[in-house]
Design a protein around this ligand. Structure first.
Ligand code: ADP
Length: 422
């Protein structure tokens, strides 16, 4: 994964967490507002019902009326006739209890600008005071009853307790998991970087011994002893071939590393595709011979000039040919076709090997992907060949597609654009 994708992933995850957090906070506030509205509604209904009950008791209404108009302490905001208001207080308490509101409150009677405190609590003003007219009940004008709940915020929080705790816990868990995931991810990234570096270094280190072995094997092959002794010739040929295989694999690793670091330096030049194909075929001839297979070639007349990197394109075609050899367990029958198409030039590499299941056809071009279902083949590989092929072709504005049938073989179709389109 490149830097851009990595940052995109982390910032998307961070943004999602922030959005989730915002939603949680919004949801909590919303629940709080609903709780508050429900509470206000219950208090108003309880007050209405209490007053309706009181209005039935004419004697009590009369006493309250007298208390308001006669009680000299009314102006001093002190209640000298608490016994008159006890009934009202207990009526309200009972009604509130029916709505599960078991909360301390202040009770007062307002007459114009005067306040008569009935309970001993304070703070009778403010927006959180629930007021209701007593004019009809007491046959007096401008009289109101007021109730204030000083602890109502705690009460809401207490009611929302589980919800609130649950949300906070969820937010904490999400945040914690996010930090953990990021830490693991960064650790993995650095680990995989180290492994890649190590593998690249190894591949580099292999280069010198590989070329020394190749040189030594060639010298053995050309020595007078080898000319006289077929066994020595055969052994040295095997050394050379196996050495070539080793070289291919280490080249693969280095090419992959270069592709990953985006520093595969292409040297584009006009190339004849038929020549490139011939070169690739020559490099796999020994593999075909080993399996007693055949390569059938069919090139259309004329020249097939494209703009490309010579070495990389030879490797691309070699990869496809080597795959055809590797994945043809029984009869090796390879076809190489070169023709013109509407879009440009078409190269086809076919085999009559094991074929690829429809579900796997797209995935085989992914990095490190190897078909493992059923473990039909035990051919060794890194799963990077076709990924490399696709990336190099992309750089050449070319495409690759595969048609295949299980048990019957595969056809890899490469499209190169006409030279003027590049
Ligand atoms: P590798 O050959 O190292 O496994 P590749 O990227 O070259 O990696 O191929 C990926 C997978 O695609 C292989 O593991 C193989 O299963 C499948 N594959 C590639 N070419 C062929 C083919 N010609 N016929 C059948 N299967 C193929």
């Amino acid at each position: 994964m490149n830097h851009f994708k990595r940052y995109l992933l982390i910032s998307t995850a961070l943004l999602s967490i922030l959005v989730l957090l915002g939603m949680q906070v919004h949801w909590l506030l919303y629940s709080y507002r609903i709780e508050e509205a429900l509470f206000s509604k219950s208090v108003r209904i309880a007050l209405n019902q209490s007053i309706a009950e009181l209005s039935k008791d004419e004697g009590l209404c009369q006493s309250m009326q007298n208390s308001i108009s006669c009680d000299s302490s009314f102006r001093a905001s002190r209640n000298k006739t608490p016994h008159v208001w006890k009934n009202l207080d207990s009526q309200i308490r009972d009604e509130l209890a029916r709505y599960d509101i078991d909360l301390a409150y202040d009770l007062a009677i307002f007459k114009g600008k005067d306040t008569l405190k009935i309970s001993n609590l304070d703070q009778m003003v403010g927006s959180s005071c629930y007021r209701l007219s007593l004019d009809n009940v007491l046959e007096m004008s401008d009289t109101e009853i007021g109730v204030v709940f000083p602890n109502r915020y705690n009460f809401f929080l207490h009611r929302m307790g589980m919800m609130f705790l649950g949300s906070v816990l969820l937010i904490l868990i999400i945040g914690f998991s996010f930090i953990l995931v990021i830490r693991f991810y960064l650790k993995e990234v650095s680990l995989s970087k180290n492994i890649k570096e190590m593998v690249n270094n190894l591949a580099h280190e292999f280069r010198t011994p590989i070329s020394s072995i190749s040189l030594a094997a060639k010298m053995i092959q050309q020595s007078p002893q080898a000319l006289d002794n077929p066994k020595i010739r055969r052994y040295s040929e095997t050394i050379l071939e196996e050495n070539k295989r080793l070289q291919r694999q280490s080249d693969h690793i280095l090419q992959l590393a270069a592709i990953e670091q985006d520093n595969l330096a292409y040297r584009f030049e006009p190339l004849e595709l038929a020549t490139i194909l011939e070169e690739a075929i020559r490099s796999v001839e020994f593999l075909v011979e080993e399996k007693e297979g055949t390569i059938k070639k069919d090139y259309e007349e004329g020249s097939f000039i494209i703009q490309g990197d010579h070495n990389e394109l030879v490797h691309v075609l070699m990869n496809l040919l080597v795959n055809s050899c590797k994945y043809s367990p029984d009869k090796l029958d390879i076809g190489v076709f070169l023709k013109r198409s509407k879009e440009g030039i078409q190269v086809e590499i076919t085999d009559k090997g094991m074929g690829i299941a429809p579900g796997e056809r797209k995935r085989i071009f992914e990095k490190y992907y190897r078909i493992s279902s059923g473990n039909e083949h035990n051919t060794k590989g890194f799963g990077i060949g076709l990924y490399y092929v696709r990336e190099v072709l992309k750089a050449h504005h070319a495409t690759i597609a595969v048609e295949s049938e299980i048990g019957k073989g595969s056809r890899f179709i490469l499209h190169f654009p006409k030279i003027e389109e590049q």
